[in-house]
Design a protein around this ligand. Structure first.
Ligand code: UD1
Length: 483
């Protein structure tokens, strides 16, 4: 797909006539409506934006002539993919072997990470990039700080600097960049962090299919979805850099989950031992309509049916023993082989394009700003997980949601995925770790363990032993942050 891209410095500038003849066949000449009122910089900007849009593709999307999918029918014939359970069953190797293989890959610097943080956190009602949201129940650390601490801890443990590629969008880029700069890269080395911007797609008027204008001299563009990650990594030189530095696998995660098992050696080990090109972490859905993508196998290929596409009747299907048929929920943690990603880039895998109905502010035909209060536009996005059917030997690995998934998506007060619930999940998990070491912890006490103190219960037990007191002699009766 050729989406409009954020910077276009080296593009040649098309004249008014060239633009007009480009737009006419697609009935999009309204984009030149204000041309004469623009100064030459504005004309250049508009010309470059128009030059980067694939109007033929857009026309197909608007007219709905691209392949539409009957997700209910797909779900009815879905089987469950091969899954490695969190206790290690479901594969031909042991958990210890997976851990060892994953640790080897980490130690030899083969692992890089990519964090997708281009979303605007509208549901959360937070007007800064979501990664800047303070989620630490005791520390008030931000989501970004959670990830940085985990990378620092992994770096110390395995003796390598694990690189972080952080994808932003136009809406989140500057604030994110400034936040990292102002806060000393959160303890990471500046050269370890690459912040790059994703591409865009034009938003169209839902009724007419006209591309909307944000102002008289700019198209209304919106992020092209996390499916744009691969193109953005390539465009920004990150793929070449990873290759040059000997990275072989890319750990993908999203900005909203403070419990993400970032660089978990067992997950990495499963991927490597299975010779998988793309591995996905899943949880057993807690209820049928939980808002997570459904990982399924259809015609021998693993794929994800997004929750918003799945009819409730399909989500509620059960097996003969009453268990949920589509049980595997996507928590948006994937591990990719770089070779696979490069192959996908070369093939330009033409991922499917998903539509979303949104409120998009724009200027009308008279040049007046319009702020709609109901959805007026269609936005187009691609999803990274649509790469799954293209990958060989894919496996899914099951994680316990209490250990690995506490997403921050909705504002407090909502029934699910709120900051309050995420903080509670963090405390619950760390309370369990402490208790497994023999420490007495009051239920009402908030506890939070920074991975730089301990990454898992085994490390915690060692650290607690260093205090001179055995864990069994320790009692925690006030809120405590282990860091
Ligand atoms: C997402 C997954 C869903 C999964 C759930 C787990 C999609 C489409 N669905 O749902 O299958 O079960 O998370 O929590 O992703 N982002 C960008 N650029 C974009 C769009 C999104 O970087 O153009 C990032 C966001 O910052 C966020 C992530 O992608 O980190 C997920 O986006 P969001 O739209 O919030 O997905 P969910 O509906 O939560």
């Amino acid at each position: 797909m050729s989406a409009a891209q954020p910077s276009a410095q080296n593009q040649s500038v098309l004249s008014f006539d060239e633009l007009k003849s480009r737009l006419e066949p697609f009935q999009q000449t309204q984009l030149l409506r204000f041309w004469d009122s623009l100064d030459s910089n504005q004309q250049t900007h508009l010309s470059q934006q128009i030059a980067q849009v694939d109007f033929a593709q857009l026309k197909t999307l608007v007219e709905g002539n691209d392949k539409s999918v009957d997700f209910g029918e797909l779900a009815a014939r879905a089987a469950m993919p091969q899954a490695v359970a969190s206790d290690g069953s479901g594969c031909d190797w042991t958990l210890e072997q997976a851990q060892q293989r994953g640790e080897e890959a980490l130690r030899s610097g083969e692992i890089a990470t990519v964090l997708v943080a281009g979303g605007q956190g509208t549901r959360l009602g937070f007007d800064q990039p979501k990664g800047m949201f303070p989620v630490g129940p005791v520390s008030e650390r931000t989501l970004f700080q959670f990830f940085a601490d985990r990378l620092i801890a992994a770096g110390e443990k395995y003796g390598v600097d694990v690189p972080l590629y952080l994808m932003t969008s136009e809406a989140t880029h500057e604030d994110t960049r400034r936040y990292f700069e102002k806060n000393d890269y959160l303890g990471l080395k500046p050269e370890q962090v690459t912040i790059f911007q994703q591409g865009t797609m034009p938003a169209v008027d839902a009724a007419t299919g006209d591309v909307l204008m944000a102002d008289k001299g700019s198209l209304a563009l919106s992020p092209d979805g996390h499916g744009g990650t691969l193109r953005a990594l390539s465009r920004n030189g990150c793929m070449d850099e990873m290759r040059k530095n000997g990275r072989k696998h890319l750990f993908y995660f999203q900005v909203d989950n403070p419990l993400v098992g970032l660089c978990d050696p067992v997950f990495i080990g499963h991927h490597l031992l299975a010779c998988s090109e793309m591995t996905t972490q899943v949880i057993r859905k807690r209820y049928p309509t939980e808002k997570v993508g459904n990982v399924v196998e259809i015609d021998g290929q693993t794929q994800i049916i997004e929750y918003s596409d799945l009819p409730d009747s399909a989500a509620e299907m059960t097996n003969s023993d009453g268990s949920l048929k589509l049980w595997a929920g996507n928590i948006a943690v994937h591990l990719f082989d770089l070779d696979f990603l490069e192959r996908m880039l070369q093939l330009d895998a033409s991922l499917p394009i998903h539509r979303a109905s949104k409120k998009v502010p724009h200027v009308d035909a008279e040049g007046q700003q319009v702020k709609p209060d109901s959805p007026n536009a269609t936005k187009f996005e691609q999803f990274i997980f649509d790469l799954l059917p293209h990958a060989k030997n894919t496996i899914v690995c099951e994680a316990n949601p209490a250990d690995a998934f506490a997403p921050v998506k909705n504002a407090n007060g909502a029934a699910t995925d709120t900051p309050e619930l995420a903080r509670q999940a963090i405390c619950d998990l760390h309370r369990r770790w402490l208790r497994s070491c023999g420490v007495t912890v009051d239920d009402s006490v908030k506890v939070e363990i920074n991975p730089r103190f301990a990454m898992d219960p085994a490390e915690l037990s060692e650290k607690l032993g260093e205090s001179g007191q055995t864990a069994a002699e320790q009692t925690i009766s006030t809120d405590q942050y282990f860091c």
